[in-house]
Design a protein around this ligand. Structure first.
Ligand SMILES: C[S@@+](CC[C@H](N)C(=O)[O-])C[C@H]1O[C@@H](n2cnc3c(N)ncnc32)[C@H](O)[C@@H]1O
Length: 229
């Protein structure tokens, strides 16, 4: 994907460079506000592990499609995906976003301010497993986006199942497990723990009965479930 710049650093599962270029040039997923967030986050020493540019556009578009007004994000980093979601909520909407790293939250708050969405975003610092109950009273939620520790995806899904409205959507990123999602044997214990978490998450969404779900074939896999009951 040489020549497409940061926009194509993460593939969105279109390996034909001509088609990938067409998509990026036509849909222009990253505006100057998002580019500034991505660049400032790296300059601040954060890892460059935000969603891809086309993934941010998917998130914004899906959030709008759901008509979401009240949303949750697990894994804030520098506020890149959070800005995409918050924009789609519109004025008066609310996004609660969680990150365990205070420095990430600090960079993200600046991002939300610069993006003009600070009024609708609350950034909560701490382990999401521990902190999620602090927002229970603000539910039910329309959308939950999960993009943090893979090990805990099943726990985040259990929380989402209890706190989404019927018709609400849960999204989980990286659900192809960096190519390992279909594996049964692992060389590395940390990989194994993470992939087992992602496998349990996908399995529960596919067959648990509370959601109708699919795995969108983005570069890293984006599982999407609609709450049925
Ligand atoms: C992949 S990054 C999130 C990227 C972000 N969604 C974006 O695309 O802009 C994952 C984030 O989850 C955070 N994280 C990891 N474990 C966590 C936990 N247990 N609770 C809350 N946040 C956690 C990390 O500090 C990191 O900032």
């Amino acid at each position: 994907m040489r020549g497409l710049g940061p926009t194509m650093e993460k593939s969105f599962m279109q390996t034909d460079e001509r088609l990938a270029r067409y998509a990026v040039e036509t849909f222009q997923p990253e505006d100057p506000v998002l580019a500034e967030i991505r660049e400032r986050s790296v300059a601040a020493g954060l890892p460059a592990i935000q969603v891809g540019t086309m993934d941010a556009l998917h998130l914004e578009t899906l959030t709008r499609a759901v008509g979401a007004r009240n949303a949750v994000e697990i894994g804030t980093l520098g506020g890149y995906s959070g800005t995409a979601i918050a924009r789609a909520l519109g004025p008066g909407g609310k996004l609660y976003t969680f990150d365990v790293e205070p420095r990430h939250a600090e960079v993200a708050r600046e991002s939300f301010r610069k993006a003009g969405v600070a009024d609708r975003v609350e950034t909560i610092v701490g382990s999401a497993v521990e902190k999620l109950p602090s927002i229970d009273r603000h539910g039910p939620f329309d959308l939950v986006f999960i993009d943090a520790d893979k090990l805990n995806y099943p726990r985040y899904l259990a929380w989402a199942a209890d706190h989404l409205r019927v018709g609400g959507v849960v999204l989980g990123d990286n659900t192809f497990g960096w190519g390992m999602i279909a594996d049964e044997k692992f060389d590395d214990a940390e990989d194994e723990a993470n992939i087992r978490g992602l496998q349990a998450f996908n399995r529960e969404l596919a067959r648990g009965g509370r959601f109708r779900a699919t795995i969108l074939p983005t570069g890293e896999g984006l599982t999407m479930g609609v709450k049925l009951k």
